[in-house]
Design a protein. Structure first.
Length: 323
């Protein structure tokens, strides 16, 4: 074989070993196939369980549908009736907003206070108390826990008897229109374990040098909390705030159990989701209930967008300061 042929064969071999654009593209397509295979179950579930039901719900929100007959197209009538001719709808909105405004700050404050106390404990004691504080959150919004709270705060219940020994005669909270909502609030605030664990993780990431520098400048415990803990923990506070607000708008089981499923007394526990359930499954106005569901989705999206927009003025990120 001539020298020229040998050199040409070596050049061709080097060209084959060097991945060109076409070869890299082919390898990229081949690498995607395993990813698509593993993602297929999730994609099927997302389409069948989430996207398709959402599309059907959106269609039903423009119809009159009682789950027994064919949906009848009514356009925007459900939304118009809801916003202009349904006083119970607005009562449910106000009740839910009242609950969110009271329950979310109380829950986050209690979770942060417990996390700061746990941080001061030794590592051995911290594990026990962290598990004890987190245990109620494992129960979730279960029917059994809501029944226990209803019994505790009912007329002649434990809370009523305990307050009576101190000369405080309020009667049952559950049957009092001015106090029934606070039973649901207390049930929510009692389960502060999840945000507490997140707060504790955030507190452990704050450098002790910052507290030492603040102490050298003469800052006391309160000033260190305001000037060091709150700014450095603000991303965690924002994260917990968004999660708790979204969850609070969707509260259902405690309100259903405490009110007996009717939002009583005097609609004081008529939360939005409870009224949605009543219109959809009790009154069989599924089109109306679908419209309520989509309005709630839009409301939660709007509140979340406002929180993200305003977070620029009070959430502090350490990496931004370094830049």
């Amino acid at each position: 074989m001539s020298v020229a042929r040998i050199e040409a064969a070596e050049a061709a071999g080097r060209a084959e070993d060097t991945p060109g654009p076409d070869r890299r593209t082919r390898r990229g397509r081949e690498a995607r196939w395993p990813a698509y295979v593993f993602l297929t179950p999730w994609m099927i579930g997302a389409v069948a369980v989430t996207l398709v039901p959402m599309a059907v719900s959106l269609y039903l929100s423009f119809t009159s549908y009682d789950m027994l007959s064919t949906p009848h197209w009514v356009g925007l009538r459900n939304y118009s009736e809801m916003l202009t001719a349904d006083p119970r709808f607005w009562r449910s909105v106000l009740t839910t907003l009242k609950y969110v405004v009271i329950a979310v700050p109380l829950k986050l404050a209690l979770a942060l206070g417990a996390a700061m106390l746990l941080k001061r404990l030794s590592s051995r004691g911290r594990g026990f108390y962290r598990s004890a504080f987190y245990a109620p959150s494992l129960l979730g919004a279960s029917m059994s826990i809501a029944l226990v709270f209803r019994a505790l705060f009912n007329d002649g219940g434990t809370i009523d008897n305990v307050l009576g020994t101190f000369g405080i005669h309020i009667g049952g909270w559950v049957g009092n229109p001015h106090l029934a909502t606070y039973v649901v609030v207390l049930l929510t605030v009692w389960q502060f374990g999840a945000p507490m664990v997140i707060f504790l993780a955030g507190l452990q990431q704050i450098s002790p040098e910052l507290y030492e520098a603040a102490a050298l400048d003469g800052a006391g415990a309160w000033r260190q909390f305001v000037s060091v803990t709150v700014p450095m923990l603000s991303p965690v506070v924002f994260f917990n705030l968004v999660l708790e607000v979204i969850q609070s708008f969707q509260v259902f089981t405690p309100a259903f159990v405490v009110s007996g499923g009717n939002g009583g007394p005097a609609d004081s526990t008529l939360f939005y989701t409870l009224y949605l359930y009543e219109r959809g499954f009790t009154a069989s106005h599924m089109g109306y209930a679908s419209a309520m569901a989509w309005l709630m989705l839009l409301a939660i999206a709007a509140v979340t967008a406002v929180l993200f927009k305003t977070s620029r003025s009070w959430v502090f990120y350490a990496d931004e300061a370094e830049r």
